[in-house]
Structures are given as structure tokens and as C-alpha cells.
Design a protein around this ligand. Structure first.
Ligand code: ADP
Ligand code: ZN
Length: 732
């Protein structure tokens, strides 16, 4: 044969990062006739599986016998390769969080389907000049829908005409209509930059100008520190408009899916279209479309949860992190990263600005703004001109409710007045369910989760006891499982359901609504109910922290905090900050539009610095004191923290490993190692947990230290697991 004497073509090889927890990329053969560049998305065999990966920047290992190398299965050459800055970002996040880069890449490459175009749909349209043999009213309607140039699928056209699909079939048979192929998903409509501009207040206009200056600077971070209702959203919309004008894409991160609905409507009002959504509640199909649209550039604005940070934007020009102080930006499983901080990193790497917005910024961001690293913009007044709510503490030691009741007389009185005026009340309690603890009056037995060190929470609507850590549930039994006494179980303490019971008893005529994430109906129901509240269709709202965040309820006048002390008693260095933020946010829901708002805080410690700071509305004093205390204690952001959790189903094995690990920790006078100690949540999902906490000065390379340490650690055997959490937010 003619070609037989040609020299055998040398195989080309490439490094591929695959989604497993190994520190390096693997080497694969490039299939003949294909070319790859760094960032090309590929499918490769890995053990017995086929996995998605991406060609990485590292040198392939040329020393491996080519015969032993496996070839890539698929090269997705129609999908744009992952950009340089995204690859750098993946490596950066891996390096920072001590996760394997492949595990970070896995957050970028979510699904194989997203890499393939959707097959076209079968559509129908009118054939010019062909009339039906006989005109009926139903046929007439179809032809009206399909007037010149209009097309659609059979079912959408039939639905739009309000007739059955068989009418369409009839017209198709007669050649009046023909089938055509339609793109599965037409590109989403573009935001209209001048769709509806509001007239900014002078202060808002100043801030907008400042933000636009930041956009010119390339990489920079702006912090919008503005009271609830001051127009933070309105001003960052202007920044988004400018970015879109420059033909770049924008991403808005929100901490909570429940906030999405309101945001979508706000965005539509300003830009005439909805942005793309990215979070766990969207359908697989929409998720795939958004992924592709972001990569191709047809999607210009995404609103999403923290995972949206890993989308492969074609030309991202701005990230906004709204409610930037919120702990929900921290992911604690697998790769434990803080999306707010990593957003700043992504902006830095790709040289675009990042806007952080909050009414109660994190201490970290405040310190960065004070030191000039971030540019701070303040909006101290509400856009409506409404004054901030008047706040009062109710001292539960003297002025509390009767036994078995949870609403103090002063709060009940204020609720009556609010109701009489046709305004809304929000009762806030950060506890789902009916009661946090159930016990047997006869023998004292307490209901505990079999696989966690946690009490079971009674959910009366469901008639079940539920573990909030692992989801274990059991039916509320008729008799005590220990002493068999009947009618002997008592609920201790309140959850939102129990508050609702008291409200319904005291205000039977009021329209009462519980907003909690665990009620039947899920996100859909929640969306609807949020809208009901916004439109004034409820009088008294009882909610968990879900309602504390970002919502704008125009008729809300009174906010009652059932247990203001709830968050204060933690071994958590951010407990004061978190409580301050949560209570300031939740009371900030009152009187946002009309003014006259009032907040009542039920507390057993009215002299606690956090409660005092809230009452005096002296936010600055609170931040000053908190920042000073952190500085003195060497806590973040002045010092660095990392947690290491060793867990196992075998308690002894976990403890032994943790102690052994601590013993071989490299000596460094800069590092303080606390523990190992049994974690506050000692048992979760059947795993016993031991924690260590590392503290070091700010400049210290804590990741480097931990890496060296763990390199010398004994292998994890059995079901031992070790998790590193850089800058932990949870201390349980
Ligand atoms: P924040 O994000 O600070 O809580 P928003 O941007 O949501 O504040 O504004 C609060 C409310 O005030 C919204 O309903 C918004 O539409 C309205 N608003 C803000 N600024 C203006 C303005 N300049 N003119 C008219 N309405 C405004
Ligand atoms: Zn449990």
C-alpha cells in the first residue's frame, strides 16, 4: 500500500484536569485529527468511568510509555475553550482552599448535556397562498395566530389559539401549514439599557458616578454601604447598564434563592427583560441553556447563587455581590470557599471590578474599605425619605409574657395597633418547626437524633420529629418510647409554628402567614407567598431568617424579634457581628416605604453590647468596637483562622487520628493550634467529629503551613475523613 512506508505519526499528548481529588492533571493522547489547546473541554476515560475534564496548562508527562496512555474519548471543539482567566481562577481557588484543582473544575463543568446543542424542535408555519377547503372558527383562530412570518411548535400554536392540536393536524394535511425546524432555544432577548430609568436622588447619583469611575479602573472593589431601602440595587443597576453598554457580561450573586423572585421583577422593571437564573431550583434544561449562553455570550446578565461564580463567562465585566455579609456565601461541603471573597479574586485575575453591597457590611469588608483597599460608597438615607424604624428592647425578665406564651404584652399591644391601621407585622424567630425540644413529662426522656448530637425538632404540620442536621425524621409517637407513658410528651421552647399558633389564637381575624423554607410546596410556594406579602395580602407574617434578607415589603410597619439573644451564645468569633447584622436587617424591614416603622426586640440581656448598639442605632460605634476587639484578639481579618475536622463512624479512630495529626504539626511560633477537641456538634450523620482550630497572623502563609503538615500525615484509612476549612464561618 502506498501509505505503508510513511513514518508513523507521533501521538500528541496533553495534560487534562479531571474531576477527582488528586493534586495533578493526568496525561492523555489527543485523538487523531483533533487539536486541543489549554482550556479545551474533553471527555476522557478514568478507571472504568468516562469523565469530563479540561486540557490544562501543565506540561504533559512525556516520560509515560505512549502505549500505556489512553486517548481522549471526545473533544468538544464546538464549545469555546475555558478562558485563561477562568483556568487561573480554578487554580487559585484550589490553592487557597486546599482543594484539588479537579474538584474546583468540577464546579465549572456541571453537565455533559450543556456541551451539546439542543436538537431543533419541529415547528409549523403558514404556507403562502394555500387556503383550507373549509373555514371553521377553530381554523380561523390558528391562522390568526400564524399570521405572516410567525411560527411555533404545534402545541404552543394550538394553545395560543385556544383550540386542540388536531385542528393543526387538519391544516397540515391540507398543506395550509407546513413543518419547519425551529431552534430549540432562541437567544434570550437583550436587556434594554434605557428601558426604565429612575431619577436618582443626588446622593445616589454621586454613588453611581463613583461606581462608573471604578469601572474605568479595571480591577477594583467597591463597597456600597447603605441602609435598607437606600437604593443600593438601583445604583448598581446603573453600573450593570454601563457594563452592558461596553458589551460585557454581568453577574449578580445573591445569598438566598428566596430573594431571586423579587430581584427578577426589579430587573425586568429596569431593563425590560428577565436576567438568566442560576441556582439549585432551576430545571436541568434551563441550567444547560444558561451555561451555553454564558459561554457563547448570548446571555448578558446572570443572577445566581454562589455556584454561578464558576460559570464560563465569555466576557465578564462585573460581579455584584449583594448582601455581601451573608454567611450563605460560604460553602462548607467539598470545596469550602467563600463566594464573596472568591468573586473579588475572579475580578482581580480577569481585571474587572467587583461591587459588594450591604446595609450591614461584614467586618472584613469594612476593614478593607477603611484601609483603602476597597472604595466605600455610603447611602445613609432611605430612597423614600422614610426614617429608619424606631427600636425598643423588651426586657423579658420583667416584661415577658405569661407561662406558655411567647409574645410579651408590649409586643401584642403594638401588633393590635398595627393591625388596626391596616399595616403589616413581621414576627421573626430563627427557628423552624414547632418546638426545638420534645421531652417526656413522666420519665424525662428527650428525643434525640440517632445519628447526630442534636435534639429532634417537632414539626407539627407534618406530625413529625425532624433532625435539622441530617434530615432524619420520625413520626411523633403516641407514647414515650422509654417509659411508655401516654399523653406525656411536652414541647419545650418555640419555633415559628408555635408562634403562629399563639398569633392565630390572639388575632383570629388577622391573615397570618408562616414563611419558612421547610413548609410543603417548596420554593414555588415561597415565591407566591412573598408576593402575597409584598402586595399586602397578609397581616401578620411569621418567619425565619429567610425573611430577614433583602426583601422589600412596602406595608410592613412593625417587626417583633421573638428571641434577640438566640445567636449570641456561640463559641463563634463572629457571633456578635452575625447577630447585629441579622437583627439590623430584620428590623430594617419595618416602614421602608411609608416610615413610622417600629422594631421590638424581646431579650433577656438588654445590656448586651450588641443589643445596646442596635437600640442606639449607632452602627459606627458597633463596628468600631467590634473591629477593635478583633484586632486585639488577632481574629479575622487581622489574623487568619483555619479549621481542620477529622471525622469517622468510629469515634476512637477519629480521636486517635486527630491527636496523632496534632502531634506532628510543624513547629512554628506564628501558629497557635487549638484542639483537637470533640466538636460542638460531636456527631453528625453518624460521624464523630474532632476539630482543631489554627490561628496565625494575617501575613502568615497558613495554607503553605497546612500543606506541609498534611503532606507528612498518615494515610486516611477506613472511613476517616479530613476536611480543611480556610477562614471558617461555622464553629460547630
Ligand atoms: P436597597 O437595595 O438599598 O435595599 P432598593 O434599591 O431596593 O434599596 O430601593 C428601595 C426601594 O426604593 C425600591 O422599591 C426602589 O425601587 C425605590 N427607589 C430607590 N431609589 C429610588 C429613586 N431614586 N426613585 C424612586 N424610587 C427609588
Ligand atoms: Zn441527625
Amino acid at each position: 500500500m502506498l501509505f505503508d512506508d510513511l513514518p508513523e505519526e507521533k501521538d500528541t499528548i496533553a495534560s487534562v484536569l479531571v474531576p477527582v481529588a488528586v493534586p495533578v492533571a493526568y496525561t492523555y493522547k489527543v485523538p487523531p485529527g483533533k487539536t486541543v489547546v489549554p482550556g479545551t473541554i474533553v471527555k476522557v476515560p478514568l478507571g472504568s468511568r468516562q469523565v469530563l475534564g479540561a486540557v490544562w496548562d501543565t506540561e504533559p508527562d512525556a516520560s509515560i510509555n505512549p502505549k500505556k496512555l489512553k486517548a481522549m474519548t471526545t473533544v468538544y471543539d464546538k464549545v469555546p475553550p475555558l478562558a485563561d482567566d477562568l483556568r487561573k481562577f480554578v487554580d487559585w481557588v484550589a490553592n487557597w482552599t486546599l482543594a484539588a484543582p479537579g474538584m474546583v473544575l468540577r464546579m465549572v463543568l456541571r453537565s455533559e448535556e450543556a456541551l451539546e446543542e439542543e436538537p431543533p424542535l419541529a415547528g409549523i408555519r403558514r404556507v403562502e397562498g394555500h387556503e383550507p377547503d373549509r373555514m371553521t372558527a377553530a381554523r380561523q383562530k390558528i391562522l390568526q395566530v400564524l399570521e405572516e412570518g410567525v411560527s411555533g411548535t404545534k402545541s404552543t400554536v394550538a394553545a395560543a389559539a385556544g383550540v386542540s392540536a388536531s385542528v393543526v393536524d387538519g391544516l397540515l394535511q391540507q398543506g395550509v401549514l407546513e413543518t419547519i425546524s425551529l431552534p430549540a432555544a432562541p437567544p434570550p432577548p437583550l436587556p434594554q439599557l434605557d428601558f426604565h430609568k429612575v431619577t436618582l436622588t443626588p446622593r445616589q447619583a454621586d454613588v453611581t458616578k463613583g461606581l462608573l469611575d471604578c469601572l474605568d479602573k479595571g480591577s477594583s472593589v467597591a463597597l456600597i454601604d447603605g441602609v435598607t431601602g437606600s437604593g443600593k440595587t438601583e445604583v448598581y443597576f446603573e453600573a450593570i447598564a454601563e457594563v452592558l453598554r461596553q458589551n460585557k457580561q454581568a453577574l449578580v450573586l445573591l445569598p438566598e434563592i428566596a430573594l431571586t423572585e423579587q430581584f427578577l421583577r426589579r430587573f425586568e422593571k429596569r431593563f425590560g427583560v428577565f436576567p438568566a437564573e442560576w441556582h439549585s431550583e432551576i430545571t436541568t434544561k434551563n441550567r444547560e441553556r444558561t451555561w451555553r449562553g454564558v459561554a457563547s455570550g448570548s446571555v448578558r446578565v446572570v443572577i445566581g447563587a454562589r455556584s454561578a461564580l464558576f460559570l464560563p463567562f465569555k466576557e465578564l465585566g462585573l460581579i455584584v455581590v449583594d448582601e455581601e455579609h451573608d454567611g450563605a456565601f460560604k460553602q462548607d461541603d467539598r470545596v469550602s470557599y467563600n463566594a464573596r471573597d472568591m468573586a473579588v479574586v475572579r475580578g482581580h485575575i480577569a481585571k474587572f471590578p467587583v461591587i459588594l453591597a450591604s446595609a450591614t457590611p461584614s467586618v472584613e469588608s469594612r476593614v478593607n474599605a477603611d484601609s483603602g483597599r476597597y472604595t466605600k460608597f455610603e447611602l445613609p438615607e432611605r430612597a423614600s425619605g422614610a426614617e429608619l424604624p424606631e427600636l425598643k428592647a423588651i426586657d423579658m425578665r420583667h416584661d415577658g409574657p405569661d407561662r406558655g406564651r411567647w409574645l410579651a404584652p408590649d409586643l401584642v399591644e403594638a401588633m393590635k395597633e398595627t393591625l388596626a391601621d391596616g399595616a403589616q407585622t413581621l414576627l421573626f424567630l430563627n427557628r423552624r418547626g414547632y418546638a426545638p425540644l420534645t421531652l417526656c413529662r413522666t420519665c424525662g426522656h428527650r428525643f434525640q437524633c440517632p445519628s447526630c448530637s442534636a435534639w429532634l425538632v417537632e414539626h407539627r404540620f407534618q406530625g413529625r420529629l425532624v433532625c435539622h442536621h441530617c434530615g432524619h425524621t420520625e413520626k411523633v409517637p403516641d407514647a414515650c418510647p422509654k417509659c411508655q407513658a401516654t399523653n406525656s410528651l411536652v414541647a419545650c421552647g418555640p419555633g415559628v409554628e408555635r408562634i403562629a399558633e399563639e398569633v392565630e389564637d390572639r388575632f383570629p381575624q388577622a391573615r397570618t402567614l408562616i414563611l419558612s423554607s421547610d413548609l410543603p410546596g417548596g420554593a414555588k410556594r415561597l415565591k407566591r407567598e412573598m408576593q402575597i406579602v409584598e402586595e399586602g395580602g397578609a397581616d401578620i407574617l411569621i418567619g425565619t431568617q429567610l425573611v430577614a434578607k433583602g426583601h422589600n415589603f412596602p406595608k410592613m410597619r412593625l417587626v417583633g424579634v421573638i428571641d434577640a439573644d438566640l445567636g449570641l451564645a456561640h463559641g463563634d468569633p463572629r457571633a456578635a457581628e452575625k447577630t447585629f447584622q441579622l437583627l439590623a436587617q430584620v428590623t430594617g424591614r419595618a416602614g421602608r416605604v411609608t416610615g413610622g416603622g417600629k422594631g421590638l426586640l424581646q431579650t433577656y440581656s438588654p445590656d448586651h453590647p450588641v443589643i445596646m448598639a442596635l437600640m442606639s442605632q449607632d452602627t459606627e460605634a458597633f463596628y468600631r468596637a467590634e473591629i477593635d476587639a478583633r484586632r486585639a484578639a488577632g481574629l479575622p481579618p487581622f489574623g487568619r483562622l483555619a479549621a481542620i475536622v477529622v471525622s469517622s463512624q468510629d469515634k476512637h479512630a477519629a480521636e486517635l487520628y486527630a491527636r496523632g495529626l496534632a502531634k506532628i504539626s510543624p513547629h512554628d511560633s506564628a501558629v497557635t493550634l487549638l484542639g483537637p477537641a470533640e466538636a460542638a456538634l460531636a456527631l453528625v450523620r453518624g460521624r464523630y467529629r474532632f476539630r482543631m482550630l489554627l490561628m496565625a497572623p494575617r501575613q502568615f502563609d497558613l495554607q503553605g503551613y497546612i500543606r506541609t503538615w498534611l503532606d507528612g500525615a498518615p494515610r486516611l484509612t477506613g472511613n476517616l475523613r479530613l476536611q480543611v476549612d480556610i477562614d471558617p464561618q461555622q464553629f460547630l
